[in-house]
Write a protein that binds this ligand. Structure first.
Ligand code: IMP
Length: 174
C-alpha cells in the first residue's frame, strides 16, 4: 500500500465488530433456518467472516449489483450482475452488504428481494456513510459509521481495482 493511504479501521477492529454482530444475529435467529445473501462484489469478505461468527442454520445465496458511474461516486443506476437460484418466498432472508452510501444500491436490491415475498428481510452493513444518503433505506445493523471519505480494502474496491484483498479498511490521506 502506498504512503498516500492510511488505515481507517484495522483488521482487529473489524473482526471484533463482526464477532459482536455474529452473536447478536445468532440470538435474533435462534432456532430458525435462514437464507443469507452476500451482495457482491464488495460484501464477500465481510460475509465470509460473519457467517463463521454465527451459530445459525443457513443456506447461502448470492446477489451481484454494480452501479454505472465515475470511479469513486455511483451514478445511482444499478445493474443486477448475479441473481439467486433458490426461491426466497416464505424464507427469512439476511442481506449482507459492505457499505451503504447514497442507499440507491440497497434500495434497489431490497425491492427486488421483497418482490419475491420473503417471510422477513433483515439487512446488515459493515460500513455506513450516513451523511451521503439520497434515499431512505432500511438498515437493521451497522458495524461502523464512517465519514464521507472513499475507503477500500477488506473486500471493497479501490479506484484502480486492486484493493479488495487488504485486511484493513483504508482511506486516502486528506
Ligand atoms: P450506494 O448505492 O451509493 O449506497 O453505493 C453502494 C455501493 O457503492 C457499494 O456497494 C460499494 O460497492 C460502492 N461504494 C460506495 N462507497 C464506497 C467506498 O467508499 N469505497 C468503495 N466502494 C464504495
Amino acid at each position: 500500500m502506498s504512503n498516500d493511504y492510511e488505515v481507517m479501521i484495522s483488521s482487529e477492529e473489524i473482526m471484533q465488530g463482526i464477532r459482536e454482530l455474529g452473536k447478536t444475529l445468532s440470538d435474533y435467529y435462534l432456532g430458525k433456518q435462514i437464507v443469507l445473501i452476500p451482495l457482491l462484489k464488495g460484501g464477500f469478505m465481510f460475509a465470509a467472516d460473519l457467517i463463521r461468527s454465527m451459530d445459525v442454520q443457513m443456506q447461502i445465496e448470492f446477489l451481484g449489483a454494480a452501479s454505472y458511474g465515475e470511479q469513486t461516486k455511483s451514478s445511482g443506476e444499478v445493474r443486477l450482475t448475479l441473481d439467486t437460484t433458490l426461491p426466497l418466498s416464505g424464507r427469512d432472508v439476511l442481506l449482507v452488504e459492505d457499505i451503504v452510501d447514497t442507499g440507491l444500491t440497497l434500495a434497489y436490491i431490497q425491492r427486488l428481494i421483497k418482490s419475491r415475498d420473503p417471510a422477513s428481510l433483515h439487512t446488515v452493513v459493515l460500513l455506513d456513510k450516513k451523511i451521503r444518503r439520497k434515499v431512505e433505506v432500511e438498515v437493521d445493523r451497522v458495524v461502523f459509521n464512517i465519514p464521507d471519505r472513499f475507503v477500500f480494502g477488506y473486500g471493497l474496491d479501490s479506484p484502480g481495482g486492486f484493493g479488495r484483498n487488504l485486511s484493513d479498511i483504508v482511506a486516502k490521506k486528506e
